[in-house]
Design a protein around this ligand. Structure first.
Ligand code: SAM
Length: 241
């Protein structure tokens, strides 16, 4: 594993912002070799100070930047990056095995428009220049069902403030969960936030995944268990003036 990722992880551990597991089963030798070879090229390292320059992250000009927070094994991120070669994608995932699975898919697909960050998405959001994100996805985030753990939920007013700053006017924030209490929590937070407007007009809008999306691994697990996920699409309201 490259030193950059470990350094960023250690820094974040200090700040105690990422909850849950960072490592699962030991990677197979082949997968570890792929990660060792490719991650340094795909990995997004934060500059020592100041804002990130999104254009400088990619080897060719991009027409927009999308972010996925907690991409898991990366199927959705990779599918979106394949569908939109004109855009740049940043995926954040502190779980090392998920990162390794995503690196393998990016390599297989020969994508040059994906950059991966192995740490807390907030560290990226804090460094993105204002109004640079054309879309953000938070799909099936850890629900932290116990009340004493609710403060660990990634959907929170401070994170929505960061997203509101980073998203462009009219950009979409898309969320999904199969946990009904978290769905209510997401809705309550987003409806309270002045920068966001819920796009749903009819039940089908929150009962079905958007047509241009592919299912994530957690979503598929939920569907296989007969659960009915909730899909929330919010628009970043245009800034005044
Ligand atoms: C329940 S999993 C869902 C993964 C994937 N989105 C899916 O639907 O299959 C939630 C993921 O969010 C990641 N995560 C947790 N806290 C995070 C944070 N602060 N920043 C970025 N990702 C985070 C976890 O490591 C985990 O892989």
């Amino acid at each position: 594993m490259s030193g950059g990722l470990l350094t960023a992880a250690a820094a974040s551990e200090e700040r105690r912002r990422v909850y849950g597991r960072r490592k699962g089963k030991k990677l197979r030798a082949g997968r570890q070799a792929l990660v060792d070879e490719l991650l340094p090229r795909l990995q997004l390292d934060l500059p020592p100070s100041g804002p990130l320059d999104p254009a400088a992250l990619f080897p060719r000009p991009i027409l927009g930047l999308w972010l996925e927070i907690g991409f898991g094994a990366g199927e959705h991120l990779v599918a979106q990056a394949r569908a939109h070669p004109e855009l740049g994608f940043i995926g954040c995932e502190p779980y090392l095995n998920g990162m390794a699975a995503c690196v393998a898919q990016v390599a297989e697909s020969g994508l040059d428009n994906v950059r991966l960050f192995g740490d807390d998405a907030r560290l990226i959001l804090e460094r993105l220049p204002r109004a640079t994100l054309g879309r953000a996805h938070i799909l099936f985030p850890d629900p932290w069902p116990k009340v004493r753990h609710h403060r660990r939920r990634i959907v929170s007013m401070p994170v929505l403030d960061l997203l509101a700053a980073a998203l462009t006017d009219e950009a979409e924030l898309r969320l999904a969960t199969d946990h009904m209490d978290y769905a209510r929590w997401m809705l309550a937070h987003l409806m309270r936030h002045p920068a966001f407007e819920w796009l749903a007009e009819r039940p089908a809008d929150w009962q079905a995944r958007a047509e241009d999306e592919t299912p994530t691994r957690y979503e598929q697990k939920a569907l296989d268990q007969g659960l009915k996920p909730i899909y929330l699409r919010f628009r970043r309201r245009p800034r005044a003036g």
